[in-house]
Design a protein around this ligand. Structure first.
Ligand code: SAH
Length: 354
C-alpha cells in the first residue's frame, strides 16, 4: 500500500537522497496536508489509540489537583497561567479545570496551549473557551507557568544511530522501487554520543530527540526565573537501547514505513534527557505512573465515583482504574517526572530525586 505522503517522500528522496528518521517522523505527523495530526481522527475508542485522559476523567482530575497544590505552595501567584503541551482533544485540560473549580484563584487562571495542528486547535477551543494557542513554547508568557505534557514528547521526531566498530551509523529512510526502505549511513564518530559508548555494544541502536533539550531547557529557564512547575508524562525510560519507533493504527502496531500520514508514530521518551535539560532546577525522580496516581489517591477517587455507577458503566470504570495503574498495563510503562524551583515546589505524587 502506498499513501499520498509516501509518494511525496519517495519523490523527495529520489532527488535529495535518504532522509533522517526525524524528518520522516516530522512529515508523518505534521505535514501540512497529509500529516497524521493534521488530518486524521486520531483519539479515543473510535480513533487509532487511546490516551490516559480519554480512558478516565480521574487522570486529569488528579493532575489538576497536583498542579493546583504546587501553585498554592508557591504562594498562589495571581499572574500564573496553566499550560498544556500537545493537548489532543482537550480532554485533560477540561478535567483539570473541572476538578480545580473549588480551588479559589487557580480555577480562574488563563489556559495556554502549544499545538501545531489547526484541526486539533479547533477541537481544543471547543473544550476550553478563551484558550490561547501557541506554535511552540517560545511565545508563552513570562509568568509562573504550571505545565502539563502528556504524550507530547513521544511525538517529537527522533534520530536513530547504530553503533559500529568505529563510530555510529545513522538509520535513514531511503527509497527503492517506489517503496520506502530503511538504510544506514557509513559510520562516523559522533561526539554527542560518547556517553553511550559505555552502555552499548556494536550493533545496538540508540535514539536521541534533537528538539527535546531545547523545549525542556526553555521551559526550565522560565521556571527558574518566574516560578511554576512542569509535569511530563510519557512512555519511556532512563535512556533507551533499541529501536522504539512504533506506528499504531486502530489500536494495533503496524510496520513503520507502511502508512505514512495515516497512523500514529511515536518513540519512547528518554527521561534522562529531560532531567539533563532542566538546568538549575529541582527535578523529581522518574516515577511510575501507577504509583504517582496511587499517591494522589486514585483508588479513593475511583471508589467514590463507583458509588454512583452500575452495570456496564461500573465495569468500564473499574477497568479504566486498572488500566491506568496496573504494573502490567500503563502503570509501569508510563512514567512521570516533575521540575520546579525547589523540591517543596514540585507537584505532589512524585518520587524524590534519586
Ligand atoms: N496529550 C493528549 C494528546 C497526545 S497526542 C492526550 O493525552 O490525549 C500528541 C499531541 O501533540 C497532539 O495534540 C499533536 O497535535 C501535538 N503535537 C505533536 N507534535 C507537536 C509539535 N511539534 N508541536 C506542538 N504540538 C505537537
Amino acid at each position: 500500500m502506498t499513501t499520498p505522503l509516501a509518494e511525496i517522500l519517495i519523490k523527495q528522496i529520489k532527488t535529495l537522497g535518504p532522509m533522517s528518521i526525524a524528518d520522516f517522523m516530522a512529515a508523518y505527523l505534521l505535514h501540512p496536508e497529509h500529516g497524521y495530526y493534521t488530518q486524521q481522527q486520531v483519539f479515543g475508542r473510535t480513533g487509532d489509540f487511546i490516551t490516559a485522559p480519554e480512558i478516565s476523567q480521574m487522570f486529569g482530575e488528579l493532575i489538576g489537583l497536583s498542579l493546583a497544590q504546587s501553585w498554592i505552595t508557591q504562594g498562589s501567584p495571581k499572574d500564573a497561567v496553566v499550560v498544556e503541551l500537545g493537548p489532543g482533544q482537550g480532554t485533560l485540560m477540561h478535567d483539570i479545570k473541572r476538578a480545580t473549580k473549588g480551588v479559589a484563584g487557580f480555577a480562574d487562571l488563563p489556559v495556554h496551549m502549544v499545538e501545531r495542528s489547526p484541526r486539533l486547535r479547533e477541537i481544543q477551543a471547543g473544550m476550553i473557551p478563551n484558550v490561547i494557542h501557541h506554535d511552540d513554547v517560545t511565545t508563552l508568557p513570562e509568568v509562573p507557568r504550571f505545565i502539563i505534557a502528556n504524550e507530547f514528547l513521544d511525538a517529537l521526531p527522533i534520530r536513530q544511530f547504530q553503533r559500529a566498530e568505529d563510530g555510529w551509523s545513522e538509520c535513514v529512510v531511503g527509497a527503492q522501487d517506489d517503496a520506502l526502505i530503511y538504510g544506514l549511513t557509513p559510520p562516523v564518530p559522533i561526539d554527542a554520543l560518547e556517553h553511550r559508548v559505555d552502555d552499548t555494544q556494536i550493533g545496538d541502536v540508540i535514539e536521541i530527540c534533537p528538539a527535546l533539550p531545547g523545549i525542556v531547557g526553555e521551559l526550565s529557564r522560565s521556571i527558574a526565573e518566574n516560578g511554576g512547575a512542569a509535569l511530563f508524562i510519557d512512555y519511556g525510560d532512563w535512556r533507551s537501547i533499541g529501536d522504539t519507533l512504533q506506528a499504531v493504527q486502530d489500536h494495533q502496531m503496524v510496520p513503520t514505513l507502511q502508512s505514512p500520514g495515516l497512523t500514529d508514530i511515536t518513540a519512547h521518551v528518554d527521561f534522562e534527557a529531560i532531567a539533563n535539560a532542566a538546568h538549575g532546577l529541582a527535578v523529581s525522580g522518574m516515577t511510575r505512573q501507577g504509583l504517582f496516581l496511587e499517591r494522589l489517591a486514585i483508588t479513593q477517587r475511583a471508589q467514590s465515583l463507583a458509588k454512583q455507577m452500575q452495570g456496564d458503566a461500573l465495569q468500564t470504570h473499574i477497568a479504566a482504574h486498572k488500566r491506568l495503574t496496573h504494573p502490567d498495563l500503563m502503570g509501569d510503562l508510563f512514567k512521570v517526572i516533575g521540575i520546579a524551583q525547589t523540591d517543596a515546589h514540585l507537584p505532589p505524587g512524585l518520587d524524590p530525586a534519586p
